[in-house]
Ligand binder design. Structure first.
Ligand SMILES: Cc1cc2nc3c(=O)[nH]c(=O)nc-3n(C[C@H](O)[C@H](O)[C@H](O)COP(=O)(O)OP(=O)(O)OC[C@H]3O[C@@H](n4cnc5c(N)ncnc54)[C@H](O)[C@@H]3O)c2cc1C
Length: 343
């Protein structure tokens, strides 16, 4: 590992200046991703500026039911916060589905959003990777891509975004608050925060050098909404999502969907908001047949690779099971699912 200098930032302006002025200077939050990547030689900063003492470590619940989560709030504090558990359970579930207790005690909200892909070729500096080293090629397309993306990918990159938390936040219409390097503030909807790879997979977000995430705002969920996060993984802990879904639904008295929001993890380079599926489902009773048709419509533009095509069917099943669980009171056979459809 390359030697580096450690500094602790006392105010956001000084932190931004340090990154802008120093070539190879990076922000350090919990370090649970950045330090691993340094050990692998994937990133080699000369200086780390520790931002964890900056004053963004609070969760502020608002009278309207929304919340502002400071970027330095630790994942364990976020998942355990009573207001989050009660009003945004999908977020609490998503955070708890990631990493381990020890890691969540270190990892921060901002760092979680900015963790890098787990594509094995991105992490292996001996292999070509357009994301790590633009122009060298994508080893995954003809290689081990079983865990990689099926939608929103490009011929340059098929890596997935690994964050569980970001998927829940996508379904919750999160807005990312950013302190620009020059000192101005900017609020960017999460749906526009991440960039699709296209032919520049090394650019993953709208952030420029020195820009600091200060917080994430969640607006109040829809009236009467139920929500969940569900993750399929290869083993129960320490495993990233093969496919995951965050679902937020609000129903009318007749069982039709007044509002539905679906976000998918493990399938795309960004937390994937399934807007095509949402459009097909809104206003209708969510039968399994309709849910699977909506998932199919979402994936019409997918470009799966030979060993990850299974993710499309898995995502459909996950959407159907999640919406069923949110709309069907326990023990009932109601809401339009026939016994056969309930599977
Ligand atoms: C064994 C293991 C298993 C894991 N399993 C999962 C899992 O199942 N699901 C999951 O979602 N995650 C998982 N993780 C990833 C973990 O959630 C992330 O490592 C963690 O959330 C990153 O947060 P951090 O504060 O440690 O970020 P850091 O590692 O400190 O930083 C990450 C990046 O963000 C930048 N940064 C950090 N904060 C800011 C900010 N406020 N503004 C601008 N830039 C910033 C840093 O410069 C760096 O580039 C796992 C990690 C490990 C090691």
């Amino acid at each position: 590992m390359r030697p580096f200098t450690y500094e602790r930032a006392t105010d956001p302006g000084a932190a931004a200046t340090a990154v802008l002025d120093g070539a190879g200077t990076m922000f350090l939050a919990g370090g649970t991703n950045l330090v691993d990547l340094m050990k692998l030689g994937v990133v080699e900063p000369s200086t780390l500026v520790d931002i964890t003492r900056l004053p963004y470590d609070r969760i502020e619940h608002r009278a309207d039911g929304g919340v502002l989560i400071g970027a330095m709030v630790r994942n364990s504090d976020l998942s355990g916060d009573r207001g989050i558990r009660e009003r945004f359970p999908a977020l609490s579930q998503a955070v708890l589905a990631g990493a381990s207790g020890q890691l969540r005690s270190m990892a921060t909200t901002g760092g979680n959003l900015l963790q890098r892909t787990r594509c094995p070729y991105f992490q292996d500096v001996t292999k070509p990777c357009n994301k790590r080293e633009p122009g060298t090629g994508c080893s995954a397309i003809g290689g081990d891509h079983r865990d990689l993306g099926v939608i929103g990918t490009s011929v340059a990159c098929v890596a997935t975004n690994p964050s569980d938390m970001a998927v829940a936040m996508a379904a919750l219409d999160a807005v990312v608050h950013i302190r620009l390097a020059g000192g101005d503030e900017r609020a960017v909807p999460l749906s526009r925060f991440y960039l699709l790879p296209g032919d520049t997979p090394d650019r993953e977000t709208v952030l420029a050098p020195g820009d600091l995430i200060t917080g994430i705002e969640l607006p109040p969920p829809p009236d009467g909404a139920a929500m969940l996060y569900r993750k399929v993984r290869d083993r129960w802990s320490y495993a990233f999502a093969v496919v995951s879904v965050a679902a937020v639904v609000a129903t009318e008295a007749d069982g039709s969907l007044r509002e539905i929001r679906l976000a998918l993890g493990g399938v795309a380079p960004v937390p994937w908001r399934a807007r095509e599926a949402e459009g097909m489902l809104t206003g209708h009773r969510p039968t399994r047949t309709l849910l699977l048709a909506a998932a199919d419509a979402e994936f019409v533009v997918a470009r799966p690779l030979p060993r990850n095509e299974f993710k499309i069917g898995l995502a459909g099943d996950l959407i159907a099971a999640s919406v069923r669980d949110l709309t069907e009171p326990a023990g009932s056979t109601g809401n339009g699912f026939t016994r056969e459809e309930r599977g």
